[in-house]
Design a protein around this ligand. Structure first.
Ligand code: PLP
Length: 399
């Protein structure tokens, strides 16, 4: 039997995708709640606590609207509720997800301008400042930024983007996608002057897919009043007429029992400790990949050290080697599920997700298995990357 032949898997699959993520047992149990009327007072109490909890995780005291749907639904809601046909948006290029948010904007009849950026080095904030300063007629209605580009493993410094808006005195709304950062990386909606924050359930919140939401500032609510893009299911005005102030139709009650447990887990650990754990595990992954990169091995896709994502690492394959072959071996031979390269990065990168319900042994097991997969696939690398990760995790434990 060849080493790459599929085996009957035993033990738990190591799920190292950057979303959906591992669901803790206590959330799985919480989601397995019997059916309950979504207007039952017992559920309403849970529901109201969840909405307040999501606000604390978003670090906002403003409004939150929720949708049954994945992150794409909340992307659409973020736009149809504040814009009118032909409005101009300025999308910051980060990678696959900024491209897709921009494409959706175009589909909805919006004009899209882009602040171009290299996917490996990321936005030059001066270019954003220049684009805003040049827009003296204030045609740009909003700046859209993906906080954590899941396809490339790079973060955007949102506070610096806010400062660029303020420095130019531009009145544009500030829309951000926090889908792969919320609950993993520090995200401060109110402090950073974010007008619409788009989030989803299946990443840092460690829930099943299917619940998404938008944090909405008072300024965005004012824009909503004049917005003329067609909307019904996603309409915030329609939602405000309902008891839940969200959701047109049936509320996904079981996801809220899970969300209640998710918030409890995040707050039991403490958000700062959650962010520190993500930073620690991410650094272990990076030290391992940097070690592999010797001998012309795979390397970190993100080339900006101060913007490396703490929730996902994209690993660039050496020329002539296929990332999908490594992923296949990791999955079929070793039962580790890695993320693939998205869009134009297909086959060129694989991604190690390190967000959500994750600890040191899970990361070390994943890294060891990726190294074994590199070996099986015949990909050049400097062996022993896991030792670099072990050394770092031991150092961090003693600090
Ligand atoms: N934005 C980012 C940054 C993402 O990572 C994803 C999904 O991975 C999305 C948007 C789309 O979300 P969904 O797949 O939940 O629709």
């Amino acid at each position: 039997m060849s080493a790459t032949t599929a085996r009957i898997p035993r033990g738990r699959q190591f799920f190292a995708n950057p979303g959906p993520t591992n669901i803790p047992d206590s959330i799985l149990h919480a989601v397995a709640h019997v059916t309950i009327d979504f207007n039952d007072p017992a559920f309403l109490a849970v529901y109201d606590r969840c909405v307040e909890g999501v606000k604390r995780v978003l670090q906002t005291e403003q409004s939150v609207f929720m949708y049954t749907g994945s992150g794409h639904a909340a992307w659409e809601a973020s736009m149809v509720n504040v814009f009118s046909p032909g409005d101009t948006l300025l999308v910051i290029e980060t990678g696959y997800f900024s491209e897709n948010w921009a494409k959706m904007a175009g589909d909805l009849g919006l004009q899209v301008r882009t602040v171009a950026a290299d996917w490996r080095r990321g936005l030059d904030v001066a270019a954003l400042r220049a684009a805003l300063a040049a827009d003296t007629g204030h045609e740009i209605k909003a700046v859209c930024a993906v906080h954590n580009e899941t396809a490339t493993g790079m973060m955007l410094p949102l506070a610096e983007l806010r400062a660029a808006l303020d420095a130019t005195g531009h009145p544009a709304l500030f829309l951000t996608d926090t889908i792969s950062s919320l609950g993993s990386l520090d995200f401060r909606m109110d402090e950073w002057g974010i007008d619409v924050a788009v989030g989803g359930s299946q990443k840092g919140l460690m829930l099943p897919t299917g619940l998404s939401f938008t944090g909405v500032s008072a300024k965005a609510m004012a824009a909503h009043t004049g917005s003329r893009l067609p909307k019904s299911y996603f309409s915030w005005t329609n939602m405000l007429t309902r008891r839940h102030k969200s959701f047109i139709g049936t509320v996904p009650t079981s996801l809220f029992y899970g969300l209640q447990e998710s918030i409890r887990l995040l707050e039991e650990e403490g958000l700062d400790a959650v962010f520190a754990r993500h930073a620690r595990l991410a650094e272990a992954v990076r030290r391992c990949v940097r070690h592999w990169s010797g001998n012309n091995g795979p390397s970190l896709f993100c080339e900006s050290p101060d913007r490396l994502s703490n929730s996902v690492t994209a690993v660039l394959m050496p020329e002539g080697h296929d990332a999908e072959a490594v992923r296949r071996i990791a999955l079929n031979t070793f039962n580790v599920s890695l993320g693939g390269g998205l869009g134009r990065l297909g086959g060129r990168v694989f991604r190690i997700g390190h967000l959500g319900d994750l600890n040191e042994p899970m990361i070390l097991g994943t890294l060891a298995t990726v190294e074994a997969s590199l070996r099986v696939a015949g990909v050049p690398h400097t062996p022993g990357g896991v030792n670099a990760a072990i050394a770092w995790l031991a150092e961090a434990a003693q600090a």
